[in-house]
Design a protein around this ligand. Structure first.
Ligand code: SF4
Length: 354
């Protein structure tokens, strides 16, 4: 595509808001900001101008890449596919260790203007299989994402979000129509004190509600859990609690990834998560019944691979984001014992288009 002449066509009126006295109540995410005239919400991208809420980041792409879907991570949804990945600036979380802080915590709207159609054209040019809304929290560019998602399905591209799960039911009602798969990211096993201290989020409970709502919408879900080696962020009782909730509410076949923390942003003094802590998390999750538990961000570890939960045969051998061996039958079964694996081999019938 031609990126020489970015032209931004005015400001885009946001969705998911109502007037509340002399403020605007934004109900796109659970921060529920009440935004005074000429002010912006916590995420830094939604502004009250004259009693109307505008999505300042609409179309302003700050990052775009074609990534293996395993990088999200989504390891059970169309493995080996490539996703055209985009982000804007801003975020509704303020993670003190964010690896993308330069994008997410930026409070000046910057980027390259791309219409939704240009995003689709670019994705097709690069022969991507789907679009991933990622790097920062896609909820805060929901209007832009929704416009792209509709076009993506028309062109046979699937949609995946990498999300903190803090969006409201009203947002999920619309997003879920076009969303095919989501990686929902927990941090610190969902521990509320961790969320308060390191993310400035009062309560992690809405994330569990979002997961149930996404499941109701037929979205394929994988869970990640960033394990941060601080008191509130790496507690084995919390791992057990989270894994149990996933088993009981989403099903034991839901993939769970325990991700290694690396020092970044404002938490440079906290060391990387010891690998043995991650191994213990995987062991606890398996003990609770999770059938596909992984370690992420430790390349070459055997817990990166996928094993048949019935006979233990290694069906996918990975190195980081790359697949070295893929031995799943065309009907999604284990070649050794015939067990039906929870792996979506090719894009499902795309939703919302008819
Ligand atoms: S999307 Fe942004 S403005 Fe809206 S409630 Fe969330 S943080 Fe506030």
């Amino acid at each position: 595509m031609n990126l020489e002449t970015p032209i931004r066509e005015g400001l885009h009126i946001a969705k998911f808001w109502r007037v509340d006295g002399d403020r605007i109540h934004c109900y796109l995410c659970h921060r529920n900001c009440r935004i005074p005239e000429s002010s912006i919400g916590f995420c830094g991208v939604r502004k009250n101008i004259g009693g109307v809420l505008y999505a300042l980041n609409y179309g302003m792409v700050i990052a775009r890449n074609v990534d293996p879907i395993e990088k999200k991570p989504l390891t059970h949804f169309v493995p080996g596919s490539m996703v055209y990945s985009i982000a804007t600036v801003g975020c509704n979380f303020a993670c003190q260790y964010c690896q993308n802080w330069d994008i997410s915590q930026r409070r000046k709207i910057t980027g390259y203007y791309m219409t939704p159609q240009q995003v689709i054209d670019d994705a097709l040019l690069y022969r991507a299989d789907g679009i991933s809304y990622t790097y920062n929290e896609p909820t805060i560019f929901a209007e832009y994402a929704l416009d792209i998602m509709r076009l993506a399905h028309e062109k046979g591209l699937f949609n995946t979000w990498v999300t903190n799960g803090f969006m409201t039911p009203e947002a999920i009602e619309e997003i879920g129509v076009y969303l095919d798969a989501a990686t929902v990211d927990f941090k610190g096993h969902g521990n509320k004190l961790f969320y308060r201290k390191y993310i400035y989020v009062v309560d992690s409970n809405p994330i569990f509600d979002s997961l149930l709502a996404l499941k109701d919408k037929g979205v394929f879900i994988e869970i990640t859990d960033l394990v941060v080696p601080v008191d509130e962020g790496s507690n084995y009782d919390d791992v057990r609690k989270l894994a149990r909730w996933v088993v009981e509410n989403l099903g034991p076949e839901t993939p769970m990834h325990f991700l290694r923390f690396h020092p970044d942003y404002k938490m440079l003094n906290v060391p990387s998560t010891p690998v043995k802590v991650l191994e213990k998390c995987v062991d606890i999750a398996r003990d609770e019944g999770i059938q596909y538990a992984y370690i992420g961000n430790v390349w070459g570890h055997p817990y990166e691979d996928t094993y048949c939960p019935h006979c233990g045969y290694k069906v996918i051998d990975r190195l980081g984001f790359y697949i070295k061996k893929f031995d799943v039958k065309k009907d999604g079964r284990c070649p050794k014992c015939g067990h039906k694996l929870n792996i979506v081999l090719s894009p499902p019938k795309l939703k919302g288009g008819d």
